[in-house]
Design a protein around this ligand. Structure first.
Ligand code: NAD
Ligand code: ZN
Length: 333
């Protein structure tokens, strides 16, 4: 797959882990997290910067520490960063690559299902602030993405399912046949490629998220992000939060008569069959939830924004949803 963007294009290729050493440039530094470094023998003799595993590393302190480490290693502008890991390493590594000496090379090697089907493609890189996730970042497409599916073997069941939620999302928003394929279980190269193709279709149509098309990737995320924030990113994985979000937003879409009746039942059944959560006690706290959802980046002014399914396979951004109707829905739920 070749992904096109404003300043060029980059390939997403399926490779074997053992091939990486040969494929990667010698003058690049590897950035990874401690868990991945412990599980996988990193390719070649390149210098390695290792960060602690987990979302907490996507912060300003780690960001600056990476810059210092690269400077100490003497990384030059002709060099670059090879981010090997999940979305945390990819997002942080990409933003470091975008800013170190005003920009160096950047290659992504996603090792979680979520990173393979979602975060490694599309060029968004970012770190978090205490005030919110991904508040500091850039569009900085990689030069190449290498997917070694073998790495999924060491992923925990829970992380795997969390990534599956994003894969199923592509089915719901644009590729219904993918739902049947994913329901059959076993994830193959062609299934992962199909998810990436769906992400490609959307990001190429609206690279900088100005047309409302890219926002459809945010189906389930207005509610999902609010749940993550209200639970302090502690008890829910991202994919679990958006699984709940996809169900609730389908219900809300039906309530507002924009989503075809019966859609939410289909979404709920597919996600719970996949072992993902479809409800949460915090959904009862309507006011708290609405307060947080108002800060969603898709929003305009004080109204709420949701990417609603019109039906299974079609999604559209609605960025002026009346919060009193959302409150009515949540209270009656
Ligand atoms: N840039 C984008 O477009 C985009 C899209 C979606 C999500 N994201 C970001 O991605 C992040 C979430 O990514 P994630 O779910 O990959 O989280 P993650 O990077 O924290 O990885 C999850 C856990 O799995 C471990 N891990 C990674 N690869 C492994 C492997 N092969 N075997 C065993 N363990 C492994 C990691 O060490 C970590 O503990 C969030 O910060 C989110 O904001 C970005
Ligand atoms: Zn997501």
């Amino acid at each position: 797959v070749i992904i096109r963007h404003q300043n060029g294009s980059y390939p997403v290729s399926f490779v074997r882990w053992s091939e990486l050493d040969e494929l990667l440039p010698d003058n690049y530094v590897v950035l990874t997290d401690a868990e991945v470094a412990a599980l996988w023998k990193l390719p070649g003799k390149r210098p390695v910067v290792t960060i602690p595993a987990g979302e907490a590393s996507k912060d300003g302190a780690t960001f600056l520490q990476c810059h210092s480490d690269l400077a100490k290693l003497g990384l030059r502008r002709q060099g670059g960063i090879i981010a090997i890991g999940g979305g945390v390493v990819g997002d942080l590594g990409g933003f470091v690559a975008a800013t170190y000496q005003r920009g160096v090379g950047f290659i992504q090697i996603p090792t979680t299902l979520l990173a393979m089907v979602d975060s490694s493609v599309g060029g968004k890189v970012a770190i978090d602030l205490p005030e919110g996730k991904n508040l500091v970042g850039a569009f900085y497409p990689p030069q190449a993405v290498y997917v070694a599916l073998e790495t999924l073997a060491s992923l925990s069941e829970r992380e795997y399912r969390s990534g599956l939620a994003e894969a199923l999302k592509y089915g719901f928003i644009g590729d219904p046949d993918l739902l049947d394929i994913l329901k059959k279980g076993h994830l193959t190269e062609s299934t992962v490629a199909r998810c990436i193709a769906e992400k490609q279709r959307v990001v190429e149509a609206d690279e900088f998220e100005t047309l409302g098309v890219r926002a459809t990737l945010n189906y389930g995320h207005t509610v999902g992000h609010a749940l993550e924030q209200l639970t302090g990113y502690a008890d829910l994985k991202h994919g679990e939060a958006i699984s709940i979000g996809m169900v609730v937003e389908a219900e809300l879409g039906e309530f507002l008569a924009v989503t075809e009746p019966g859609t939410a039942d289909v979404v709920r059944e597919i996600l719970s069959e996949a072992g993902l959560p479809v409800d949460h006690p915090l959904l009862k706290s309507a006011d708290e939830l609405i307060e947080v959802m108002r800060r969603d980046k898709k929003g305009r002014g004080t109204e709420l924004a949701f990417s609603f399914l019109l039906r299974i396979g079609e999604c559209k951004l609605f960025n002026k949803v009346d919060h009193s109707r959302v409150r009515e829905f949540l209270i009656g739920r």
